[in-house]
Design a protein around this ligand. Sequence first.
Ligand SMILES: *[C@@H]1O[C@H](CO)[C@@H](O)[C@H](O)[C@H]1NC(C)=O
Ligand SMILES: *[C@@H]1O[C@H](CO)[C@@H](O)[C@H](O)[C@H]1NC(C)=O
Ligand SMILES: *[C@@H]1O[C@H](CO)[C@@H](O)[C@H](O)[C@H]1NC(C)=O
Length: 369
Amino acid sequence: MLWATFLALTAVAVAVPTSDNIPPYLQKRQGSTTMLRFGCSQVVIDRLDPLVNPGQAPSPHMHQIVGGNRFNTTMTTGDVSNGATCTTCAFSEDFSNYWTANLYFKARNGTYKRVKQGASALQFSDNFSTKTDGGILVYYVSAQPGKITAFKPGFRMLVGDPTNRKLDTKMKMQNCYRCYTGPNFGGDTAAPCSDGKLDTQALPKDICKGGIRSNVLFPTCWDGTNLDSPDHKSHIAYPTTGPAAFLSLGGSCPTTHPIRIPQLMYEVVWDTTPFNNKADWPADGSQPFYFSYGDNTGYGQHADYVFGWKGNELQKGMDASGCFGAKCKDMKNQAIEPAKKCAVSKKVNEPLDEWLTSLPGMEVPMAMA
Ligand SMILES: *[C@@H]1O[C@H](CO)[C@@H](O)[C@H](O)[C@H]1NC(C)=O
Ligand SMILES: *[C@@H]1O[C@H](CO)[C@@H](O)[C@H](O)[C@H]1NC(C)=O
Ligand SMILES: *[C@@H]1O[C@H](CO)[C@@H](O)[C@H](O)[C@H]1NC(C)=O
């Protein structure tokens, strides 16, 4: 009995990578599934959206962008790994671009201040991802059994809708917020978007002592032909049983979109802690955190992706078994210092970290009926 326990503990100790700390709730899930989980430092914050508003500088709202330095005002076609010379991500062959809207705090006097992103929690992550400057944590999950086909060069997609302000219960496991209840990421005890109490589909209504984490998951099925589509969504789909929970395969893919692609998730930790003085919150009791597109519900959260891994590197990861974290077999990594040096120059010059009288691009008040 004791010996069996010892063996079981030894087996667990061997399975868990020694290099990366990952939260216990994720360690429990480690088996044949591979979960690449890695930080990408900020490459630029700019009012551009090369996928949805190509050629527009400024685009309608502000974004925070990470990944390769090929990011540009227009990115509608082509392989971005060609011509990129550096990346802000832990995997040095990943020149993809990942972006989300920025978050702002609206003070009682009506002015806005940008909320910075924090790095990954120290006790739950690797030496790279805990030291990023702004940026996000990216996840690529290869849930077994069956083949997961990495994205092809030139692939792009979008998830979420910035005009949405209503609860969509179907998206419960795809778009969520976690209110950290204390310093050091208090409340980080369950997988993202998995806990009916800890995770909310709307931005938290009250003070989060340790900041707010947001998670966005992308669909997991692809039509196998189109690298993009006019709405940047029609070439991808959810399994027939509905959106797959994080780290799971879900049901089978629809016949129109038969190819299983990696489950991609973005995780952004918003350091809202400088804004936790209730006396500064709007007097009418409204939720004070606004996304750059003018949303304080959180239902309009969206995320953009332009695939840009070199050669076969992402497929190697998806074919590997049991990698959990920011390292995987012979996939190439880089140190945090060169990653932080990788940057793209801003195309739209407007104030970023001052108190602003309106959200950038939202100066014109909405027409009243
Ligand atoms: C992470 O950094 C700490 C402090 O520099 C060091 O002691 C530790 O060995 C590093 N871990 C890895 C896996 O590199
Ligand atoms: C961005 O696009 C402009 C105009 O096409 C081009 O001159 C510039 O080299 C591009 N920058 C990068 C980093 O690709
Ligand atoms: C508005 O409120 C913020 C937070 O209290 C303060 O830092 C800022 O100076 C105020 N701005 C104006 C114009 O009063």
